[in-house]
Design a binder for this molecule. Structure first.
Ligand code: ATP
Ligand code: MG
Length: 230
């Protein structure tokens, strides 16, 4: 299937148990995420957030129920789901090649002009301009020449080139100081204006600007509402 235009995510009676375990991690979850929504998913460690993320991007197949993009169950997309759902992990991976090549993983045909444009959007233009080799600067395997926050911005720049309409963040700000974290969240919120943003976190920092917050406990959706309501 190929999707055009805005994408609505519907999660319908979703349950999941890992094959090697008897513990049901997600229990009958129901949730709709409208196109362009900014949603925070809150929950303690082990509550099932990353499992939900894996189900959202089709890496796991539901035990019961389903996750759909515009009504189509995620497993039907196969690898093409990566064109719709982009993920930014806790430690985004950068490759041992130039900054330009790292970013062009999102879109091999992107012009340098376009690459500078997304670097501007994510607040990295100044940094890359200041490097003697600019876009040709080599990034070592671990991306160690960049700070944690910079690596996340780099990962976002890559996804902006890929133009996935949905971007899922799985605790990307763990280990960052509160000021850097807030700056990163603000960048994400303004940059992803029309895109759907799913923000997985175990703390409250940054969620006040989201459209909706849900709280998962022991695989059950406990509370859902706007940040003011909670
Ligand atoms: P955290 O905030 O620590 O990242 P989380 O909410 O993301 O936690 P999950 O990673 O979704 O939690 O894990 C939910 C439950 O599923 C935990 O009890 C965990 O031990 C279990 N689990 C996670 N991955 C697997 C796996 N591959 N096989 C078996 N059990 C797993
Ligand atoms: Mg997790």
């Amino acid at each position: 299937p190929v999707l055009e235009g805005p994408i609505e995510i519907t999660i319908d009676h979703l349950s999941f148990t890992y094959p090697n375990s008897t513990k049901q991690v997600l229990k009958q979850l129901d949730l709709t995420i409208p196109a362009g929504h900014k949603m925070a998913i809150l929950g303690r460690s082990g509550s099932g957030k990353s499992t939900l993320a894996s189900l959202l991007r089709g890496d796991l197949v539901p035990e019961q129920g389903q996750v759909c993009l515009n009504g189509i169950p995620t497993p039907l997309f196969g690898d093409a789901i990566a064109n719709y759902v982009g993920v930014i992990q806790q430690s985004p991976y950068l490759f041992n090649t130039t900054i330009l090549n790292n970013l062009r993983l999102g879109d091999p045909t992107a012009s340098e002009e376009k690459v500078w444009e997304v670097l501007q959007q994510v607040g990295l233009k100044g940094l890359v301009e200041s490097l003697p080799d600019g876009l040709a600067t080599m990034v070592d395997e671990a991306g160690l020449r960049f700070s944690g926050g910079e690596r996340h911005r780099m990962a976002l720049a890559r996804l902006l080139l890929k133009e996935t309409p949905i971007i899922l963040f799985d605790e990307p700000t763990v280990g960052l100081d509160p000021i850097t974290e807030q700056a990163l969240i603000d960048t994400f919120l303004t940059t992803l204006k029309d895109k759907t943003m799913i923000w997985i976190t175990h703390h409250l920092q940054g969620i006040e600007k989201m459209d909706q917050v849900i709280f998962i406990e022991e695989g059950i959706l406990e509370i859902s509402g706007s940040p003011e309501e909670l």
